[in-house]
Design a protein around this ligand. Structure first.
Ligand code: FAD
Ligand code: NAP
Length: 331
């Protein structure tokens, strides 16, 4: 089977010096649980993978303290430590891990072309996209101040730390409804802060929220600030902003959960790779295959539902196996 198509590199990649072009068999983009797991499997399968880490080496878990739900760490582990272990395991089998950001992609022919840092062109027979998704934040200063000290964008990850306590969830979509419902099983009280007088969530999710006694919806409330000495102790809200009933409300809470959506890091691939309306890469169910042969997606960038380290790692494994089978079909 033909692997290479003749191409004019100068024409297609105007900014790239022809000497800064490298051909690889398997390129992995991203260094979270999905990317590193793909690298472990791909290197053990002799694919000699090259992995570009992106700006956040180790992925989202490097921004958290304790990870208590990843199997194999009975005493828990910190996010940065766990990701260092992933990296070491990938390196042990020879994965070539490099710092660099994929800044453009061209999947119109073969080999696939990915530009790194705007100045290097990688030609790859197989590409595994493992670029993750980024939680949206409100943009207030307090979110940074209390990061890891009461502010979280993942109830499944951090809810456990708030057992028996009072928390607030911001958002009115399915994620917020799901997070509030999950937290209601752990916490004494869950306030759901909704900026409008309706929920965007599906009717079924709305019913769940409305029928849960320890969830209280605060309609038409917006977050102004958080307060607390050594962590979040409360939130300041504005109620019915811009109306004659406008009021400032202070609420005592121990945890503040953002659930206003995620942005999958898929922008540079969108000209070629099918995504859903939010930007999650579509994969063939049960596989990591995208609509482009030889391009695979793993982890949060293709997962609007679970977004967990263990599911990301599992899909990284699938992507490496799918890539290996694809590459052996090219021989
Ligand atoms: P990510 O971890 O998001 O990694 C994406 C990688 O892609 C990064 O290395 C980034 O640098 C790279 N990248 C992005 N764009 C580019 C580009 N253009 N070029 C090159 N590289 C790029 N899950 C749990 O299971 N347990 C927990 O306790 C837990 N706690 C969490 C706490 C916090 C604060 C957060 C934010 C998340 C938590 N999660 C937890 C969720 C978990 O982190 C994610 O589900 C998981 O990291 C997803 O893995 P991933 O490999 O798909 O992507
Ligand atoms: P979403 O549907 O975009 O909802 C985001 C919510 O956050 C909206 O209610 C929005 O308010 C609110 N919001 C946004 N910015 C805000 C801000 N600055 N301040 C206060 N509130 C703000 O996102 P999502 O809930 O993450 O869902 C994304 C997609 O995944 C959806 O298609 C959803 O159906 C799907 N999903 C499905 C499930 C499931 O089926 N189990 C679970 C999770 C997600 P407004 O309503 O006022 O815009």
């Amino acid at each position: 089977m033909e692997i290479f198509k003749p191409m004019n590199l100068q024409k297609e990649s105007q900014n790239i010096n022809i000497e800064n072009v490298e051909k690889v068999g398997c390129l992995i983009i991203g260094s979270g649980p999905a990317g590193y797991t793909a690298a472990i499997y791909a290197s053990r399968a002799n694919l000699n993978p090259v992995l570009y880490t992106g700006l956040q080496m180790g992925g989202q878990l490097t921004t958290t303290t304790d990870v208590e739900n990843y199997p194999g760490y009975p005493g828990g582990v910190t996010g940065p430590e766990m990701m260092e272990d992933f990296k070491k395991q990938a390196e042990r089998f020879g994965a070539d891990i490099r710092f660099g950001i994929a800044t453009a992609a061209d999947f119109s022919g073969r080999p696939h072309k990915v530009t790194i840092d705007d100045n290097k062109l990688i030609l790859a027979d197989a590409v595994i996209i493992a670029t993750g998704a980024t939680a949206k934040y409100l943009g207030i200063e307090a979110e940074k101040k209390y990061a890891g000290m009461g502010v979280s964008a993942c109830a499944t990850c951090d809810g456990f730390f708030y057992r028996g306590k009072d928390v607030a969830v911001v958002g009115g979509g399915d994620t917020a409804a799901e997070e509030a419902t999950y937290l209601s099983g752990l916490c004494r009280k869950v306030f759901l802060i909704v900026r409008r007088n309706v929920l965007r969530a599906s009717k079924a999710m709305q019913q769940k929220v409305l029928n849960t006694p320890n969830i209280e919806i605060l309609w038409e409330h917006q977050v102004l600030d958080l307060f607390g000495e050594n962590g979040v102790e409360g939130v300041t809200l504005v109620k019915k902003k811009g109306t004659p009933q406008e009021d400032i409300v202070k609420l005592k809470i121990d945890g503040f959960f953002l659930a206003i959506g995620h942005t999958p890091n898929s922008d540079i691939f969108k000209n070629y790779i099918e995504t859903d309306p939010v930007g999650y890469i579509k994969t063939v169910p049960g596989t990591s295959k995208t609509n482009v042969p030889g391009v695979f997606a793993a982890g949060d960038v293709q997962d609007p539902h679970y977004r967990q380290a263990v599911t990301a790692a599992g899909s990284g494994c699938q992507a490496a196996i799918d890539a290996e089978r694809y590459l052996s079909g090219l021989k």
